[in-house]
Design a binder for this molecule. Sequence first.
Ligand SMILES: [Zn+2]
Length: 263
Amino acid sequence: MFTLKTHGDLKYFTIDEFSETGLLKHCFTTRCGGVSENEFRSLNLRMHSEDKKENILKNYEIICDEIGVDFKNLVFSNQVHCDTILSVKKEDMGNGITKPQKWDGVDGLITNEPGVPIIIFAADCVPVFFFDKKKKVIALVHSGWKGTVLKISAKCIEKMVCEYACDPADIMVAIGPSIGVCHFEVGDDVADIFRDTFGDSVLEKHEKWHVNMQKAIEIQVREMGVEKIINADICTYCQSDLLFSHRKTGGKRGVMAGIMELK
Ligand SMILES: [Zn+2]
């Protein structure tokens, strides 16, 4: 279950099933509790935006201090809606924040090294959290509709199995706040792709077709043998006071982040 934590103005989600293990630090941020203004109000973590750099860095400091992560060590992905997932290590710390971004297109990060904080970004796209508490492996992926159709979450499980000897039955998968089927209207072409890939159950007919990306992610990780799935079931568009939504704002927005670090 995703629980909303509050500390003064700061609000962020944690995942109960992850917290209970005591093995990692993690969160999914909201838009509340930062110092940014206007469309970036207020906890904007979008590094390459027109927001003031000093405000963005302050926002990083605020949320990372809260969860006990050194923001200067964060390992950034470089999201391009692809299905590339990288295993990262200590030597990658600071990539994209205190060191130049060295990757072209990376939408998922995995590590089994303690003290290496990984981060992915979302504002309607689906942030997916993976945790194998037996093998002590964490992963994060950014799954927009393209990544969802490319089955980036299934590929993440595959990589955790191949490279870290994880058993899918031990991997918990948590699907974070993202645009829900209530608001994710698509054209017929995209609806057809989802139907061909996942079947009719991921579509709803409103005036136009609506896609349930979260369900498509559940289907693909269940096919890989995952049993434990935690779905936040929170729509970013419906809760745009709490969360940044790309669609609701026509793209004038900041971004939220999923952050994880093994203790
Ligand atoms: Zn909605």
